[in-house]
Write a protein that binds this ligand. Structure first.
Ligand SMILES: Cc1cc2nc3c(=O)[nH]c(=O)nc-3n(C[C@H](O)[C@H](O)[C@H](O)COP(=O)(O)OP(=O)(O)OC[C@H]3O[C@@H](n4cnc5c(N)ncnc54)[C@H](O)[C@@H]3O)c2cc1C
Length: 490
């Protein structure tokens, strides 16, 4: 990364600024993200594939932004980041102002710049699509601004004047972190309770370091600590501390951000064989417990022929991890076609570059074991696409008699998750949906139990980082208003 002095002196920026008309801007090709070579990156779990764009690339890419009078990118962003505002700051070379603009709406811009599905959100609305050109690389620019600001070490968290009100958070994923940050900045005394031995939720235990390095998440956590947020690990709200005891401990409000970490299985014959596991188990053991290391006391299965069932981000993270752990044949088995795959396009491309095979329009129907109870093969049903189903995607329909057997020695099932049931099951009077999600008032995120707010995957089922963060922000605004108004009327 260039130094601040080189930024200030750079004549190329002065040349760009204001010196280009719309036609010239539109003629600039979209920046390409520098990436680690595929042959090298399958040898390392910890090195990030996307290397980040340079200052020169960022300013040039920012110059492509057309300053639309009614910027549709902003409405495509679930938390309505002032996208033209932060991009113009990059173009001006004021990277810390760009990061400050991002932080007004997003608690975790370095995370979102890496994992948000921009192609389906902000970038999908960019004016360039109308010109049949590639959109402005908003995600790459977001990551650039957040990283540059972080590495400058200049953005110190300013502690708010304490108001003496204690609030608790259950879960330290993006919803919990975003809520904690917003409440701390309003002067609340925030304690985040986390069931696991690491803070960060899916950002740590799910998404691998080759996509989101731990140091990025850790730096966000350090910022929260500097704001006065307390983190308590290995503490399960609803078990280690029952929810009803929190009031006795002085907490005036609870934000439940316990996520959707309960894996789903398909319920097909042979699913209990050794070597078959959920993606939650696989990724958590590799990412958080060092089970991928050869010297691990509890090593995870190192399959040579690995099948990953599903087509979402979790499936891609699992299959790419399996390749890195030594799978010579790593397959994604997905029952629809690639077009319907929910995974990010970039993840699918990266997986293909890394040698992953995609068996689309295939669905497992049975696993076969060897004499030791270890999976040795799977029977898969060939599918075709029928009419759209309730999800709006064309439904997979089995082709009669088209079943084949594929040898495998490891299977990771990644067909969705359900909300963690512990808190929904343990709080009297809490309204819970049939899917097990906590029901809330969407504008305040307050549940049917006064003072208990919820957000993120525990409310939405499996969703996205930015939606979880947005919920945390909304809940913080509403809880703060409610608690502070009580203080003034007391
Ligand atoms: C492998 C994987 C890859 C993904 N990739 C992407 C992606 O690229 N882009 C994207 O936008 N989204 C992605 N997602 C989805 C995204 O990560 C989630 O939507 C998001 O993390 C939800 O945030 P959350 O804060 O609600 O919950 P989580 O991140 O799940 O955090 C919940 C936390 O609560 C803790 N907890 C649970 N119960 C309790 C309790 N009773 N007491 C205390 N703590 C508790 C859990 O241990 C966990 O740490 C991915 C998900 C997975 C699993």
């Amino acid at each position: 990364m260039s130094t601040e002095n080189s930024c200030r002196d750079a004549s190329w920026r002065a040349e760009l600024r204001g010196a280009m008309n719309a036609k010239e801007r539109a003629a600039i090709p979209r920046v390409k993200m520098p990436e680690l070579d595929a042959a090298y990156r399958v040898t390392t779990c910890s090195e990030e594939v996307n290397q980040g764009i340079s200052e020169e690339q960022a300013v040039l890419e920012a110059t492509r932004c057309m300053d639309c009078p009614d910027p549709q990118c902003v409405s495509g962003c679930p938390v309505h980041i002032d996208i033209p505002g932060f991009i113009k700051n990059i173009q001006r070379g004021d990277f810390s102002a760009a990061a400050a603009t991002l932080r007004l709406s997003s608690a975790l811009p370095a995370v979102c710049g890496r994992v948000c599905p921009q192609e389906k959100q902000c970038e999908s609305r960019c004016i360039y699509h109308k010109m049949k050109k590639e959109p402005v690389a908003i995600g790459y620019l977001e990551r650039f601004a957040a990283d540059t600001d972080r590495l400058s070490g200049k953005t110190a968290a300013t502690k708010a004047e304490p108001n003496g009100i204690k609030v608790a958070v259950a879960g330290s994923g993006p919803a919990g972190l975003s809520f904690a940050g917003d409440m701390a900045q309003r002067g609340f005394e925030v304690t985040v309770f986390e069931a696991l031995h690491e803070i960060g939720g899916v950002l740590k235990y799910g998404i691998p370091e080759f996509r989101l390095p731990n140091e990025i998440v850790d730096s966000e956590i350090e910022t929260l600590k500097a704001l006065g947020v307390t983190f308590v690990k290995d503490c399960i709200i609803g078990k280690t501390i029952p929810c009803e005891e929190l009031a006795g401990m002085g907490f005036k409000g609870l934000f439940v951000a316990s996520g959707a970490g309960l894996p789903r299985f398909m319920g097909i014959p042979g699913e209990n064989l050794i070597g078959i596991m959920s993606s939650n188990e696989y990724l958590t053991r590799v990412n958080l417990m060092g089970a991928g290391r050869n010297d691990s006391d509890t090593p995870v299965c190192h399959g040579k022929t690995a099948a990953i069932i599903g087509g979402g981000n979790t499936a891609m993270d699992s299959v790419r991890t399996a390749r890195r752990m030594g799978a010579e044949r790593a397959m994604v088995i997905y029952r629809r076609s690639e077009e319907e795959m929910p995974a990010r396009i970039e993840e699918v491309r990266h997986a293909k570059e890394e040698g992953v095979e995609f068996l689309t329009l295939h669905n497992p129907v049975e696993y076969l074991g060897d004499e030791r109870g270890h999976v040795r093969a799977m029977r898969v049903q060939r599918m075709e696409l029928g009419e759209p189903d309730e999800s709006g995607r064309r439904a997979p329909v089995a082709i009669e008699g088209a079943i084949e057997e594929i040898p495998v020695d490891m299977v990771v099932v990644s067909v969705g998750v359900s909300p963690n049931p512990l808190i929904p099951d343990s709080v009297a009077g809490l309204n819970v949906s049939r899917r097990g999600t906590i029901e809330v008032n969407e504008s305040t995120m307050e549940s049917s139990v006064a003072g208990l707010y919820a957000g993120g995957d525990i409310v939405r089922g499996g969703a996205t980082v930015i939606l979880a963060m947005g919920d945390g922000k909304r809940a913080a605004a509403a809880m703060a208003e409610s608690l502070l108004s009580r203080l003034t009327t007391a």
